[in-house]
Ligand binder design. Sequence first.
Ligand SMILES: Nc1ncnc2c1ncn2[C@@H]1O[C@H](COP(=O)(O)OP(=O)(O)OP(=O)(O)O)[C@@H](O)[C@H]1O
Length: 265
Amino acid sequence: MIQVEGLAFSRQGRRIIEPLSFTVPDGSVWGVVGPNGSGKTTLLRLLYGALSPQAGVVRINGQPLDSLARRVIARQVAVVTQGENSESGLSIADSVMLGRIPHRRMLQCPSARDYQACADALGRVGVAELAERPASQVSGGEAQRALIARAVAQEAEHILLDEPTNHLDIRHQHEVLTTVRELGSTVVIVLHDLNLAATYCDTVLLLDGGRSVACGTPSEVLTAAHLEPVYRVSVDVLIRANGRPHLVLSERPLPHLSDSERKTA
Ligand SMILES: Nc1ncnc2c1ncn2[C@@H]1O[C@H](COP(=O)(O)OP(=O)(O)OP(=O)(O)O)[C@@H](O)[C@H]1O
């Protein structure tokens, strides 16, 4: 479980995250969506302690994040960030093995259990055939899937992902998000694609200017009334057979904006 209470963050005197409070229950998949610059990555970085808030607290299973050692956090929270470079000379298998570091003593060789966890992770994310390839010699999408395999190998209860589908083709987008859901971990995932959020998330948090505009089920949050003022585009919301929303851009003029705002939208 991840609990956030009164979390706020500023940089250079500018508020980037307005005070936010929410709880991500065990096993739940939370999507964080919002336009460019709305604070999604900043929020995620606050959730794993890469940034320290000016106010508020993040608790992992009830423990304040800032009271936990990095190694303890790494056993509980796996992170897949954007733009990690793979120029290390490691093979894909070696890079997935990095996910096992929090489970080993310093300088201890990987155990049979570590090798098994890596093999399972490579298979689950569909990159087993790339295991021996240098991480610097795979495509962007393959590298992205290897990073997700590393997070899976880490066997953390919580997984935080920043736009994990960025480089992926449509099949791999769905495969990766299906895999993430099937892990049964507590997941917070930053997504730009609102239809992926609608399909794979239990709860969606919509940010704008660092504020929570709406937080709830995809049907509650991904509505024209919430999205049009935030993204400044007209959307139509279709309802799929499974009851989840599906968004399409609409030709309708924006109903929530003034004429001058419409010209700049
Ligand atoms: N190091 C920094 N110094 C100052 N401002 C920053 C810094 N990093 C981010 N910001 C600002 O904080 C705000 C939120 O940035 P953040 O990267 O969290 O947004 P985002 O929603 O993840 O954006 P995107 O969708 O473009 O990835 C933006 O206005 C950004 O310019």
